[in-house]
Unconditional design. Structure first.
Length: 412
């Protein structure tokens, strides 16, 4: 029996509206380590975007290394059967940074592949057990850029450039499938040896979720056709999209999704890792395991009475809540943030983001013939803002006086 666990898009060091998420990442990695032990996982595959940016903080680096060392310690102390780890680079990661400790990690059977090497053969790795027997063959394809695959051709259009790039990734998968198949055929074993591929890309028809960067260019040409992933791979572990999903209707080609909601949009979506098991005869089973929520995210929206009722309900909760507020009322509320914060005083609810649509789509210049913003004095523009927001007459003098003080303090 061979069992792998597929995860991706950890985004260590990520923030949500400048709120640090260290506690969530630490809790997830501890849960992941425990899951690997309990489920007797032999191979962990991390399909890119380990970090959120190319210059991760020292804290997130230490957490990453501590997790890998913890897996190794579990292995040598008999607490785990996980003998191998494969990590590929994503578009958020720095290939150079990830590969600095690569020679050391290789001795611990932690395989880091962050960039395309000189030879395609070097991307096809054999995962061996303690007795030296091959348990799986992995085509560890990282995020590939145009520079990795081909040189730009003078005079080519953007569409041609993207088509050639997609064709280059297709050819890379085809080459790796042939190499992996040849390697497997040379292995002397009665047990089934799965061929596993990785990738970090945007496939056609994929659901992006929050915070997914455009990898190449805008438009459908950046989406990689799922049919171009060779069917001879027994499982393809993909990263980049944050929602767990299959690709092209193929159960064995999957995104695991990010284990932590990257934004409020993902707060109600289940977060998962993928467990794939092969019996000795090659029979495959796929199990999706939900990742616990380590931080509650809530969004409330409506006019002020609706917001007030929702906020009072949230305030009664004992667990910490990170909150996004969307005010959709028509009346302009200049002290909206103060009002929300006063309602949430002495609670475990933290306001991270507040959005008001009250002043959106309001023209500052009515339909006066020949009148433009450039033709108006700044104070007149501000007066029209007050008109558009329907500020009561008794409050206008204070607004105008404050505006004049700010204007003068700026030296205008």
């Amino acid at each position: 029996m061979m069992k792998i666990l597929h995860t991706s898009d950890w985004h260590l060091d990520a923030r949500l509206y400048n709120q640090r998420r260290s506690a969530e990442h630490e809790a997830f990695l501890e849960w992941l380590r425990q899951t690997i032990r309990e489920q007797q996982v032999q191979l962990l595959v991390v399909a890119g975007d380990i970090f959120d940016n190319r210059t991760p903080t020292l804290e997130s680096q230490e957490r990453y290394v501590a997790f890998l060392m913890g897996l190794y310690e579990d292995s040598i102390r008999g607490k785990s059967v996980c003998r191998n780890v494969v990590l590929i680079g994503g578009n958020h990661d720095s290939a150079s940074f990830l590969e600095i400790p690569k020679p050391i990690l290789q001795h611990l059977r932690i395989h880091v592949v962050a960039r395309k090497p000189a030879r395609w053969d070097d991307l096809v790795l054999e995962m061996k057990d303690d007795a030296g027997k091959t348990e799986a063959v992995v085509a560890a394809l990282p995020f590939l850029s145009d520079v990795d695959l081909r040189r730009s051709v003078e005079g080519e259009t953007l569409e041609e450039k993207n088509r050639h790039l997609m064709e280059g990734i297709r050819d890379a998968y085809k080459t790796l499938a042939e190499i992996a198949t040849t390697k497997r055929s040379a292995i002397s074993t009665e047990a089934f040896v799965p061929l596993i591929a990785t990738g970090h890309l945007f496939t056609q028809g994929g659901d992006a979720g929050d915070g997914v960067r455009e990898i190449y260019t805008a438009g459908n040409l950046e989406k990689f056709p799922a049919a171009w992933i060779p069917e001879r791979f027994d499982y393809t572990a993909l990263g980049h999209l944050h929602l767990p999903q299959t690709v092209g209707g193929r159960e064995n080609v999957r995104y695991s999704g990010s284990p932590i909601p990257v934004g409020f949009q993902e707060a109600k979506t289940a977060k998962q890792v993928v467990l794939v098991t092969w019996e000795g005869d090659g029979k495959r089973s796929i199990e999706l395991r939900d990742v616990p929520r380590f931080q509650r995210l809530e969004t409330v929206s409506g006019d002020w009475p609706e917001l007030e009722a929702s906020l009072k309900t949230l305030k009664k909760m004992d667990e910490p809540v990170w909150l996004q507020v969307r005010y959709t009322g028509k009346a302009f509320r200049p002290m909206l943030q103060r009002d929300v914060e006063e309602l949430l005083e002495d609670s475990s609810v933290v306001l991270l983001h507040l959005q008001s649509t009250a002043a959106s789509d309001r023209g500052l210049v009515p339909n006066f013939s020949g009148e433009t913003l450039e033709s108006l004095e700044p104070l007149e523009v501000f007066r029209r803002v007050l008109d558009a927001c329907k500020i009561p007459d008794e409050e206008r003098d204070e607004y105008i006086q404050t505006y004049r003080e700010v204007w003068e303090s700026c030296g205008f």
